[in-house]
Design a protein around this ligand. Structure first.
Ligand SMILES: Nc1nc(=O)c2c([nH]1)NC[C@@H]1CN(c3ccc(C(=O)N[C@@H](CCC(=O)O)C(=O)O)cc3)C=[N+]21
Length: 307
């Protein structure tokens, strides 16, 4: 018998997300039966970016599958900022809408910060409003960005108690890196945020029991950056040319993460794949946040999700 090289356990985000969507659906059905409240999500997309259109369609379909209301507002690329702000004002005032998501990036003529600031923080199911960033930072209940929330659920499911573990988050964005670090700190991890100016990033990463890669650079994190047995969470979704040169020449692409998966899987203890890892959790957590927002609006304690 030839010894197989050690192989990391795959963290099946797709399966976990499907179970979470079922859980949200059941909880939302009880909220509707008991209180007559059907959680409602409004997704706003400005422009015609094809990748964005696909995400928006997936979100809408999954929301309806969970028995929730899903409204999609598609606005033309040239929509004036004032019109977008007016729509957000209407959605803020609509008692049937508990969650508002404005798809990013927005066209260049629109000030994204002004748009995010216009969303009622209690309907901000992306968790991007500064009020929600502040609540997360000081440990108040709020709405937590979906991608890091999904990563945390996977980590707790895989590892249980995270207390005292060394966590390295590569990437300092407001939508993933910073809130991820806050969540891990909240679990009593020892957290380091690394970024493009970090010195000796490979050596730092090798100290990580938990390594979260959220930089948006295809396969940047190599196998020899990983501490043997570590848990690796790959947030990246990057389109690169197909492996087959003929298919690549025809413009075919494949999706890879920020981690060189094949190398990393030989060293890590557990690892999320791309696709099928963090991505599906992002959408499931959007529904979880919409349910949570609907409960709070109704003055009902939300059922615990993702446990
Ligand atoms: N306000 C706002 N909130 C967002 O949450 C937001 C956004 N804007 N703009 C665009 C990005 C992108 N995003 C994804 C969510 C799920 C998958 C996903 O489920 N991916 C699958 C399929 C990947 C594939 O094959 O293309 C997977 O990873 O398995 C991907 C991408 C949310 N975004």
């Amino acid at each position: 018998m030839t010894a197989d090289p050690a192989r990391a356990t795959l963290i099946d985000g797709k399966a976990f997300a499907a179970a979470l969507v079922d859980q949200v659906a059941a909880a939302a059905a009880r909220l509707e039966a008991d209180r007559g409240v059907k959680p409602g999500l409004a997704v706003v997309i400005v422009g015609e970016d094809p990748a964005s259109q696909i995400y928006v369609r997936n979100k809408g379909e999954t929301t309806q599958r969970a028995g929730m209301r899903s409204d999609t507002h598609r606005l033309p690329e040239t929509t004036p900022q004032g019109d977008l702000l007016a729509l957000i004002g209407e959605l803020n005032a609509d008692a049937g809408i508990h969650g508002i998501l404005v798809q990013l990036p927005l066209p260049a003529h629109i000030d994204s910060a002004a748009v995010l600031a216009a969303i009622d923080p209690d309907k901000d199911v992306d968790g991007f409003h500064v009020v929600n960033a502040g609540r997360l930072a000081v440990g108040l209940p709020g709405l937590v960005p979906c991608t890091p929330l999904g990563c945390l659920m996977l980590l707790k499911h895989e590892l249980g108690d995270l207390t005292g573990l060394n966590a390295v988050v590569v990437g300092r964005s407001n939508i993933v890196g910073k809130p991820m670090a806050q969540l891990l700190l909240g679990q009593s991890c020892t957290v380091t945020i690394a970024h493009s100016r970090t010195r000796d990033l490979p050596a730092l990463c090798r100290t990580a029991d938990i390594l979260v890669a959220a930089v948006g650079r295809p396969e940047m994190v190599r196998g020899d950056w990983i501490k043997p047995g570590a848990t690796v969470i790959d947030v990246g979704i990057n389109r690169v040319p197909s492996r087959d040169p003929e298919r690549a020449a025809a413009g075919k692409t494949r999706v890879v993460g920020d981690v060189a998966f094949d190398e990393a899987a030989l060293v890590a203890g557990r690892i999320t794949p791309v696709p099928g890892g963090v991505g599906p959790m992002t959408i499931a957590c959007l529904l979880a946040n919409t349910y949570t927002a609907a409960c709070r609006a109704a003055g009902v304690e939300p059922e615990p999700l993702g446990a």
